[in-house]
Every structure is written in C-alpha cells, then in structure tokens.
Design a binder for this molecule. Structure first.
Ligand code: NAP
Ligand code: MG
Length: 403
C-alpha cells in the first residue's frame, strides 16, 4: 500500500530514557510503514540539551511557531542527581517549562477511556478534561532564602519611575520568600482557549481558584474569566446548552469527586499540574492520558503527560524485560498527525490517526496490555505484553482492521 504523503513537516522533539525507546519503536512499527513522514527532528535528549547549552529546546519551540504542530517525547528535568549522572554543565531548566514559556497557552489533558479499566471514582462515567494554564505562577518564580531578621518587600518600579511597595513580611528569624507573577494577556488567552475548547467539545467549563484568600492575584483570574464570558461567550454557551461555572478550588475538588465527569476543568498552572496526575491515576494510569498545549496563536504541541519512566529504563539497561505503556506517546503522535492532516487538508492522515487510536484501544479491550494496566483491569485473564510486544500487537490490530 502506498504511504500517506504529508505536506508540512511535523516538529519532532525526541526525549529521554524509556520513553525515548518507546518513541523509536512507535516510529518504526506504527508510523514509518504507513506514512511518508515529514518531520523536523530536534533531539531534546538530556545529553544533546547539555551539548547545545539548551539551545535545541528553544529552537524546537521556535520551529513549532513556524510550522504549527509539534509532537514531544517525555524529557528529564534535571535535578542535582541528574547533574551528576549526566555530568551536566548546568542544571538545565524543564524543557516543558521553556517551551510553554515561548508558546504560552493552555495544556488540555483528558483520560483515554477503555473498557476494562474502570475509574477508581465510581461516579465517573465520562472523561474529565483538565485545562492547565501553561504560563507563570510558581513555574516562573523568584525565590530567596532569608538568612535572618529583616524586612522583605515587593517593589514595583513603573516605567515613569514612581514606586509602589507592599510589605511581604518582617522577619525576626530565618525564612523563605517567593515572588510570582502572571500577565493579563496570558490569563485572557487562557480564558479564551478554555471557552473555545468547551464550545468545540460541547462540554461545561468549570474554573476554580483561591480568590477568597488571594484577593488580588487569584481574583484577577476569576475576574478575567467572568469578563471574557460576559463580553463574548455567554450567548454562545447558551446556544450550545453548556454552562460556565466558577467556584473555590477546594469546593471544586469536592464536587469533582462526586460528579459523573464529562466537563472541562480549567486550572491555574500548579493546580493543573497536580490535579492532572490525580485524575489520570484515578482514571487508570498516567499512561492513559492525552496532553496537548494549545497556544493562543493556534500552535499545537502534543505530548504524553507522564515522565521518562526512569525505573523501567534502568531495568532495560540491565537487560531485564520491561512492560512500559506506550499509549500516551502513541496518542501524542496521533494527535499531532490528525491536527497536521486537518490543517493541511489530508483526510487520509486524519483517518490514519483515528484508526491507530482505535487499534490501540481495541488491542487493550481484547485483553492484550502492558503490566500497569494488567494490574488494574477488570477483564478476566489479561495477557501482559512487553514494551515492544504491545506495540507489535497494536500493529497487528491496525493491519487486521485495515483489511
Ligand atoms: P514517571 O516517568 O511518570 O514515572 C513514575 C512511575 O509511574 C513509574 O515508575 C511507573 O510506575 C509509572 N509510569 C509512568 N509512566 C508509565 C508508563 N508509560 N508505563 C508504565 N508505568 C508508568 O515519573 P518519574 O519517574 O518521577 O520521573 C522520571 C523523569 O521524568 C524525571 O527525570 C522527570 O524530570 C521526568 N518527567 C518528565 C515529564 C515530561 O517530560 N512531560 C513529566 C514528568 C516527569 P512503576 O515504577 O511502579 O511501574
Ligand atoms: Mg506533574
């Protein structure tokens, strides 16, 4: 069969450890046999980031701005142990953080539902999509250790030179302090992408912050969402029969646990980080979650929500068999290929992405899965497959379903 042709290159961001292995297997077995892949390849593996002084990460984000669609493998965010392990020149920043700072926008994460992997929360019947603001707050903070007694203030020096000050704390002992910021345009585009995404999916939108405690910072988020809703989206929501609902973050958490799902939950950056891991684990597995960064300019970066699965990688290095779940990484590829197909009007590419997703789900529902899922499935007698075997089983299903 002729391979599917592409028009515009996909920005391909390779990564680290076990997911780097999965990446190569997915390309070899599930992509390259079917698609004449056009991609601009960026190696975000830690060694290459170190060699390029992390320039490669910036370049890959700029390429995403140029071409519009990227697919990213999980990458190591270095800590002190990694600096030693990889003999790094510096403790390079989180690549996701760097890319998100350049592209701005919102990360949408939704569980991949399959029969036989039931959510831990009994009431959840439909997926809950987390919309995570991808700019600022604690991810772009400035911190200081306070060695001893003294005063800490926030100082704003306006462009015209006048100053405004606010006391943070009068320390009478050692302590710590943190400065955070966000930007009105970024919060506005966060709100706009959430309202737009809710309309696209025809699902209610929930938003929550801690505005009762954070009367300026969090309250600004709440106000901007409400203003955008009143200015633009209210009639569209009414027409679509969906609602916008604001509440406090702790109330939202309680309600989510009692809900049946089927809505979009907009979260500030940190809340989204934490809550998406909670949700994906409760829906089954970190590896059963899609994740896409949507920038206000309409650039898309598809990724897996989990990390590089270091523990499995070390087993692999010792020559032991692994059973690492590749579903989230496969769905990063299908998400990116489908979007490329939509933008470039290549229906075969869209169709291929849909078929590969269906083959992946059908393979699991037929009882063939990786160890993480086999442990929690309600299907009788599941077959646990190795990392590559599972990918080959999906290829089998894909080829069979194409006949
Ligand atoms: P992780 O890679 O997500 O793995 C944590 C644990 O979750 C694994 O040990 C494994 O449990 C389970 N798991 C995650 N993904 C799995 C998969 N695909 N298949 C099967 N099991 C899976 O998190 P981590 O070990 O804390 O972090 C490793 C590295 O990833 C770190 O260097 C971190 O910086 C990086 N990271 C990158 C991203 C990203 O690029 N998006 C996100 C998070 C973390 P068992 O060991 O019990 O099998
Ligand atoms: Mg996280």
């Amino acid at each position: 069969m002729a391979k599917i042709e592409m028009k515009t290159p996909l920005v391909e961001m390779d990564g680290d450890e076990m997911t780097r292995n999965l990446w190569a297997m997915i390309k070899k077995h599930l992509i390259l046999p079917y698609i004449d892949l056009k991609s601009e390849y960026y190696d975000l593996g830690l060694e290459h980031r170190n060699e390029t002084n992390d320039q490669v990460t910036v370049d890959s984000a700029m390429a995403t701005k140029k071409y519009g669609v990227a697919v990213k493998c999980a990458t190591i965010t270095p800590n002190a142990a990694r600096v030693k392990e990889y003999n790094l020149k510096e403790m390079w920043k989180s690549p996701n953080g760097t890319i998100r700072a350049i592209l701005d926008g919102t990360v949408f994460r939704a569980p991949i539902l399959v029969k036989g992997i039931e959510p831990n929360v009994r009431t959840w019947k439909k997926p809950i999509t987390i919309a995570r603001h991808a700019y600022g707050d604690v991810y772009r903070n400035t911190e200081m250790k306070i060695p001893g007694p003294g005063k800490v203030e926030l100082v704003y020096t306006a462009a015209d030179g006048h100053e405004e000050r606010a006391l943070v704390h009068n320390f009478d002992c050692a302590g710590v302090v943190q400065g955070q910021h966000n930007l009105v345009p970024s919060i506005t585009s966060f709100a706009d992408s959430c309202f737009t995404f809710a309309l696209e999916k025809k699902q209610d939108l929930w938003f929550a912050t801690k505005d009762t405690i954070s009367k300026k910072y969090d309250h600004t988020f709440k106000d901007i969402f409400q203003e955008r809703y009143d200015e633009k989206y209210k009639p569209l929501f009414e027409k679509a029969g969906i609602t916008y609902f604001y509440t406090l973050i702790d109330d939202a958490v309680a309600r989510v646990m009692k809900s049946e799902g089927g809505f979009i939950w907009a979260c500030k950056n940190y809340d989204g980080d934490v809550m998406s891991d909670m949700l994906s684990s409760a829906f089954g597995s970190l590896a059963m979650m899609t994740s896409v960064l949507v920038s206000p300019q309409g650039y898309y970066e598809y990724e897996a929500a989990h990390g590089t699965v270091q523990r499995h990688y070390y087993k692999h290095l010792k020559g032991e068999p692994t059973s690492t779940n590749s579903v989230a990484t496969i769905f990063a590829w299908t998400g990116a290929l489908r979007k490329r197909g939509e933008l470039d009007q290549i229906p075969e590419l869209v169709d291929f992405a849909n078929r590969l997703e269906k083959a992946t789900i059908d393979t699991i529902e037929s009882g063939k899965m990786t160890g993480d899922l086999a442990k929690i499935t309600t299907l009788p007698n599941p077959t646990t497959l190795g990392s590559e075997e599972f990918i080959l089983a999906i290829k089998d299903t894909l080829d069979r379903e194409a006949e």
